[in-house]
Design a protein around this ligand. Structure first.
Ligand SMILES: [Zn+2]
Length: 248
């Protein structure tokens, strides 16, 4: 019975039936169906969100398979968003998944995410991260920006429903910094899933109506030392994206 599918969420004192009902009304926009995006999308679709729009321009490559858990050898060469959507529909056919097989810029994200209250950036480059930051800020959405390289996880959480929240630009000013990609420095497969699952958990908390402790914070996990740090993100008063956005 589909009624029972989410009973373990309903049992959570912090969520309850009301929380699960709110999850069922929440649409999520996600950029990236790779090592971080696959597990995050899986957890959200398993949890019965109202819908997922999933964007990725790349095709599945054989080197993706150890960590990009929604893709299969027979779908090598297929667009990643399409491949992930096929897997997600099998997992929970009740949740509509809309794959978008193209690159994302600020305008595209604003258009595609307009009905979504949560944006998860699971991309692999700073240009996309700054575009999703500007789009999420303009839409007043929650932005969860998650990444994994080597043995290291970083998840930054921005609650743009509040007009004075700090943003990704406050944390990492846009410059010519080179992307640190798993394709050049490596990553241990499970580390990407840890990043994705942290992003999904925080998204579900927001969806259920909570304001998680991660809001306005950067979470950093080193899985070699198992040091976990939560750092409050300082608001840059001169930030070109969020400074003076909502002056009283
Ligand atoms: Zn800012």
């Amino acid at each position: 019975m589909t009624e029972d599918r989410y009973s373990r969420h309903r049992l959570l004192r912090e969520f309850g039936s009301n929380g699960q009902q709110r999850i069922a009304q929440t649409r999520v926009f996600m950029i990236g169906a790779g090592g971080v995006g696959c597990p995050a999308a899986l957890a959200l679709v398993e949890s019965g969100i109202a819908g997922l729009v999933l964007a990725d321009a790349d095709a599945v490559d054989v080197t993706n398979l150890p960590r990009q858990i929604l893709h299969t050898p027979d779908r090598v060469g297929m667009n990643k968003a399409e491949s992930a959507a096929a897997a997600l529909r099998a997992v929970n056919p009740a949740v509509p998944v809309t794959p978008v097989a193209s690159f994302m810029d600020e305008a595209r994200i604003k258009e595609l995410a307009r009905d979504c209250s949560i944006i998860i950036d699971a991309s692999d480059n700073f240009r996309t991260r700054h575009a999703s930051n500007r789009a999420a800020k303009a839409l007043g959405a929650v932005l969860i920006s998650a990444s994994a390289v080597r043995f290291s996880v970083q998840v930054a959480v921005f609650d743009f429903r509040s007009g004075n929240a700090p943003c990704y630009q406050c944390l990492f000013p846009e410059d010519d910094a080179e992307d640190v990609k798993a394709s050049s420095v490596g990553v241990l497969a499970p580390v990407t899933s840890i990043a994705g699952m942290i992003a999904a958990e925080e998204a579900l908390k927001f969806a259920a109506g909570l304001t998680p402790a991660s809001a306005g914070s950067l979470l950093i996990l080193d899985t070699l030392s198992w040091d976990f740090t939560r750092m409050k993100i300082a608001h840059d008063p001169d930030c070109p994206v969020c400074a003076g956005y909502e002056k009283p």
